[in-house]
Ligand binder design. Structure first.
Ligand code: HEM
Length: 231
């Protein structure tokens, strides 16, 4: 197994750490608005949902443009989504509620969007814990089925987002639209139609992002019944 990162993998790791570094910097320099806890909750939540979408977009990028190199960053995107979701949850539990479980329990009863968020988080957690090569081998076919749950997580997170916002729901509605398109691309007839029309430049971009002309694998097989999972 090759453990050397290609260009895209480096880029993904560097870019994924930026929101965290900016958050730490803003916290240390008192730039987190008058309500820092709410600001941290919002920033970590927004980053988590965006990275989840990036992870879900990797297979469609392979299908539409033949950019198979994105298959190698699906897992890191998913793991960073889970990392930001964990920070989001820890902010809620520790900074907001000081681990007062009575209050936390009451907030679950009063704000059902928190239950929906927690279900999404549990899915992300299960996918993270089973994202190792060992787990993939051990779980065999059930791994694929388990990792299809990433779409359910996407839907739950969008519901959580819409419900958490009291006013303008433009952003979560845009996410819902993007998620619907990403799911449509995977439907067998649409997928096969798109694969036949992959542009020629996809191969060049693939080679560049992989960092040179080494072994090239076919973009994606038409015979594949399911796209690979996203975490
Ligand atoms: C573990 C369970 C979770 C809890 C307890 C939780 C808690 C919260 C709370 C309290 C808010 C409202 C913040 C405010 O009043 O401004 C919120 C908003 C939000 N959460 Fe979560 N959440 C959870 C899971 C998730 C997950 C898994 C994601 C994404 C992957 C997520 C993404 C968001 C987003 C995008 C917002 C809206 C941020 C905004 O106002 O722009 N949450 N969450």
């Amino acid at each position: 197994m090759n453990h050397k990162f290609n260009r895209l993998q480096w880029l993904v790791h560097l870019v994924s750490l930026i929101p965290l570094l900016v958050l730490v910097f803003d916290a240390l320099t008192n730039q987190l608005t008058v309500n820092p806890i709410q600001e941290i909750t919002q920033r970590t939540g927004r980053t988590a949902i965006l990275w989840l979408m990036f992870s879900l977009a990797c297979t469609p990028l392979t299908i539409v443009f033949g950019l198979s190199v994105f298959n190698q960053v699906r897992r890191p995107f998913g793991l960073y989504a889970a990392l930001y979701a964990s920070l989001h949850l820890l902010t809620f539990l520790i900074l907001d509620y000081w681990l007062d479980f009575q209050l936390i329990f009451r907030s679950y009863l009063e704000k059902p969007f928190i239950i929906v968020g927690s279900l999404a988080f549990l899915i992300l957690l299960a996918l993270t814990l089973t994202s190792t090569t060992r787990a993939i081998k051990k779980l065999g076919k059930s791994w694929q089925r388990l990792h299809q749950l990433v779409y359910a997580a996407g839907v739950l997170v969008i519901i959580h987002y819409i419900w958490a916002l009291k006013a303008d729901i433009t952003r979560p509605v845009i996410y819902a639209f993007i998620l619907a398109v990403l799911l449509l691309v995977r439907l067998k007839p649409i997928r096969q139609w798109l694969i036949r029309r992959q542009p020629a430049w996809g191969k060049t971009v693939n080679t560049f992002l992989k960092g040179g002309k080494k072994k090239r694998k076919p973009a994606i097989s038409i015979k594949t019944s399911h796209g690979p999972s996203d975490l």
